[in-house]
Design a protein around this ligand. Structure first.
Ligand code: GLP
Length: 244
């Protein structure tokens, strides 16, 4: 779906999420949301916060799982995704802290594998992801599934692509401060979500959107595995859709 501007698209996806939260609450069920970081979803979170404050959108029965976290950053670090999510969403709505799940970036290397397996198990115990929000990196990553990630990958530690670190350098005041590794949900973890919405704004995303949507499925562009999903929508603006 191509929108004239990303603001309108962000409001549309926030409304879809709100409708799902309300529908599941109406049936007495928890709503399990997979959440993303980066600049693309910021206005989605702003609209969810507005709906909570002005329309009473209730997050008491919402369970969240974030896609990824930088490795070896303290959760309180202002560069962490933990910080990002609290700043943009969790501090402003009534989601229960025990229902917030974000991969832990500050664990010893020898605990990472178990942590990742536990993360997968927690998603399954929650009943699986009802909805997964995604952005896309210029390498074709979703979450931090960099080129080389296959369709059956699960939550794991990954080495970040150089281009990903270049793109993050601004936030970290220089590429040397950008972590080299991250923990990310896998492609299989993402593709098991019952509904997926990917957001991409601006001309810098045009090339990767074209390759993701129109290209062959390949581990060189892990986002192409979304082509396997039966219920995925890409929300684009005119710039990001320009090469389609
Ligand atoms: C990071 C995140 C991704 C995100 C991507 C794009 O690499 N790990 O989940 O999709 O950035 O970010 P932006 O939305 O700022 O373009």
């Amino acid at each position: 779906e191509v929108f004239k501007d990303s603001g309108k698209a962000s409001i549309a996806v926030a409304h879809e999420m709100a409708q799902l939260i309300r529908a599941k609450a109406g049936r007495g069920e928890k709503c399990v949301l997979g959440l993303a970081t980066g600049s693309s979803p910021i206005r989605v979170y702003a609209e969810l916060v507005r709906m909570h404050k002005e329309e009473g959108l209730d997050f008491a029965h919402v369970i969240t799982f974030n896609l990824d976290e930088y490795f070896q950053l303290e959760p309180g670090s202002r560069h962490s995704y933990w910080y990002f999510m609290h700043e943009h969403l969790f501090n402003h709505v009534n989601v229960r802290p025990k229902n917030i799940n974000i991969p832990k970036g500050n664990i010893p290397l020898d605990e990472v594998y178990q942590h990742c397996m536990d993360y997968e198990a927690r998603i399954d115990q929650a009943g699986g992801l009802d909805f997964q929000l995604l952005g896309i990196g210029r390498t074709g990553h979703v979450g931090f599934n960099e080129p080389g990630s296959n369709s059956r990958s699960l939550t794991r530690l990954i080495t970040l692509d150089h281009l990903t670190r270049v793109d993050a350098a601004g936030d970290f005041q220089g590429i040397s401060n950008v972590p080299t590794r991250a923990i990310t949900m896998g492609i299989q973890t993402i593709n098991k979500a019952r509904r997926i919405v990917l957001l991409a704004w601006g001309h810098k995303k045009a090339e990767i959107i074209q390759r993701t949507v129109e290209g062959e499925r390949t581990s060189e562009i892990p986002a192409t595995y979304l082509q396997d999903h039966p219920n995925v929508t890409f929300l684009l603006d005119e710039e990001s859709s320009a090469d389609l």
